[in-house]
Write a protein that binds this ligand. Structure first.
Ligand SMILES: [Zn+2]
Length: 89
């Protein structure tokens, strides 16, 4: 029984290490992306479907619905949009 426990701990540790490695590589990815973007701000404007305004992408809330990305100026707009989507389907 104790052997089984040790095995579980061992696998948990393996998963944990894999997770750390994953985070490490993600960190590198982010850093290289940031340095590429640092030359100029993204300046990308996205549309809020609810209040029909354009906002800088980094100031919005992102929601992925059925594989499509939607952006909202606030939680209220997002909730309204989700409500509409639920009514449609
Ligand atoms: Zn809005």
């Amino acid at each position: 029984m104790i052997r089984g426990l040790i095995r579980i701990i061992f696998y948990a540790l393996l998963v944990y290490i894999a997770y750390l490695v994953y985070l490490f590589f993600q960190g590198i990815n982010k850093a290289s992306k940031a340095s590429r973007l640092s030359k100029r701000p993204s300046g990308m404007m996205v549309k809020d479907e609810i209040c029909n305004t354009y906002l800088p992408k980094e100031d919005t809330l992102k929601e992925v619905i059925e594989g499509k990305e939607y952006y909202f100026c606030s939680k209220e707009c997002r909730d309204k949009f989700l409500e509409q989507k639920n009514k449609e389907s």
